[in-house]
Design a protein around this ligand. Sequence first.
Ligand code: BGC
Length: 903
Amino acid sequence: MSELELEQLVCEYRTELLGTDCVIPRFGWKLRSEKRNTRQQAYRIQVADAADFSRPIWDTGRIESDHSIQVEYEGPALLSRTRYYYRVQVWDQFGRQSQWSTAEWWETAFLESSEWKASWITPLDNATGTVSPPVSMLRRAFSLKTAITSARIYATAAGLYEIYLNGSRVGEEWLTPGWTSYQHRHQYQTYDVTEYLREGSNALGIQLADGWYTGRLGWDKQSGHYGKQRAVLLELHVRYEDGSEETFCTDASWKAAEGPILFSGIYDGELYDARKEQPGWSEDGFDDLDWQETIVAKLPYSQLIAQENWPVRVTEILTPQQVIHTPSGDTLLDMGQNMVGRVRLNLHLSAGTHLILQHAEVLDREGNFYTGNLRSAKQRVEYIANGEGVATFASFFSFQGFRYVKIEGLSGLTDTQLLQGFTGEVMHSAMAPTGQFQCSDERINQLQRNIVWGQRGNFIDVPTDCPQRDERLGWTGDAQVFIRTAAFNYQVAPFFGKWLRDLEADQRLDGSVPFVIPNILDNNAANANEGQTNTSAAWGDAAVICPWTQYLCYGDERLLGEQYDSMKAWVEYIRRQGDNEYLWNTGFHFGDWLGLDAKENSYIGATPLDLIATSFYANSVRILRDTAVVLGKSHEVRHFSELLNRIIEAFRREFVTPTGRLAAPTQTAHVLTLMFGLVEGQDRERTARELNDLVVNNKYHLTTGFVGTPYLCLVLSDHGYHDTAVRLLLQDSYPSWLYSVSQGATTIWEHWDGIKPDGTFWSDDMNSYNHYAYGAIGDWMYRYLAGLDMDEKETAYKTIRIYPRFAGGRLTSASARLESPYGAIESSWIEEEGRRTLEVQIPANTSARITLSGAKLGRLTESGNPLTDVEGIGAVQENVEGIQLTAGSGTYRFSYPLESLEV
Ligand code: BGC
């Protein structure tokens, strides 16, 4: 019999989880089996503190269960700073038994923040909190008695830090410790530094910059949102060969100096003077006599948490595509892609050469360098050479959003030398890629690439609105509209898990959710909307929509439980806002932000604010009710069901005429009403018909903004107007998804017409070329066009739904692939030579419900065989739509003649 195997074991979503404070980690594994219809019958997990499993600390024995994701550890209490190994064995329903999986590991950090022994320290001259002083260098030499077997560093900063040990940079993480609601939750990182150390003398060095903590954040130029003083905290734990341990901590014995980075800021870039380098500064034997003292900073420990998110890394290196000499005389590098990260230079430069790099996303109509849309963000990196060897440099603590780099201060280099002298380092939270989509229209494939690049560029530890101007903030509305698409393209569970805990931490006492998470806007009175709370419908709803989406995509019931109070608080907040508790018709709202039906000079689309607010209220209450069902809170299920009914009644009274016409004649009003199930029966049909008319009468163009756009194609496809949805997607004149593609976009724009057909720009004050919100169409492309979806009654793709909505000949193929928690799923169709063929891959331990539109029983084959009695296929039904069948795991190839469609 063929083999049953296990692969890709994970602990808390990761294969090698170094440094967690999770006390009940969850395991997952994937089954591999060539045999169709394989289901897990039972599993066994062992956990040990040694790789040979000679003395497991936990052994489940054989457990009869098909659970293979989110399986909780139930062994003895875990210890801090300990590596644990785990392995799994499974049985299937055919009686096959797998070998033990390979052993994987995870390692705990400090399970209690009270275990920290180190002191927060700050350079003496930084203690007064001057604005943006040069980046500090801190150092300390130390000695190891004998050889060691292992060593770990635990470190964080109020600011951004990086560590050097004996002259080598530790780890591949950047922008550590990441950005959280630092007052409540402050991440530290764990590094395995065993290989960096040696017996005898060693030295540690730290560079410490402002970053999000003390640096400038927000468009009002305010800095020091979390504190005025940078500080760093580090512990090095070594274990000697004899088993004893020694710890080296930051304390006031460390010395500090100013280094070559004279300035560094998230928005503004960096200024590096290589002449001020101090060679050997992080090595033993360096003379630090003229370095300054450090002092202990009074910062708390209770908010310290181990790293939760994927770290930010350099994930790809781009080479410039061409050198452009602009009409106004500038020399530019064109990276060929609007990217986020930094430029690295690699050039021989004579001493004193002062190189200035400026970064921009687009060129203007004349082909000149354009930075107007950066507002006050400088995105400027300067490097002064010391003339010693090849200068290799990239900014340490800043990132830029750019396609074009303007180079000043270099003369006499040929274009070829310029092209060879620079690379672009793409940086983002290093989430594993999970999804792929493609189809027969190359323009749509470019759109998909733009969506993915938009996600990469804006997932830099928090989901930002944009990566270039003086904003780069975790706007809740943007995150909420994009999360489902995001979860196709990448594994985003740790990313959004972390951000949602920040959301809960920053949620106000009255339950309102700040505009941005981490919330830095409340600190500044200038941002207050005339005394209103800074919260808005469709933005604050991220508190409810995002945990639910995580639950659907990853089966993360724990997160749902953890966020439940936050979700409830948001709904209770809304309930107190309206004139009556069932309508939300007060307060400030962003509305259908950037909707094209907005009044002249307004960003807020024409759809009534109270309609948007009330419909999102209903949606959040519905999700909360469903959450209460999942969490077994039956009393609250009744409560929220009742509340939902009342809201729907109130919505209808307020916004639907007695004959079923929606009172607001906008596309977005119709979209939300349908999407959130606010009308039924004939009213629903009418609303859908009228939405379709609105689109058709607008010559297949949308008018929707942030709020309506994500759902527009979904509701059209769901209500019999799929062809209109396809035509909207394929539309390439303004406004449309393909308009920006036709203009050469390589990311998603904030505005449908960021660059107008005549080449002029939308106004400078709000015009990002890398905003993922409209990329939310990706969700529909995966689920509807390619047909890769789940049955939401069972989460995480345990029951897969394969249901491609074909494109009436407008596309001849579409395919999607998703690395789901259970394994790879694929749905891929092609129409050629009069036949339609659908290839499907269903991972072991899941099953699928497959709809083959237009297929007829006698004419459908699977891998060339008639459908009767095909291994793996269960119930088959024929109806007006076509054929519905269920299938177990395996790969299938269905095929049927296209003419059977014309019935
Ligand atoms: C951001 C948005 C955000 C909006 C609030 C903008 O400045 O870039 O994407 O949601 O403000 O309306």
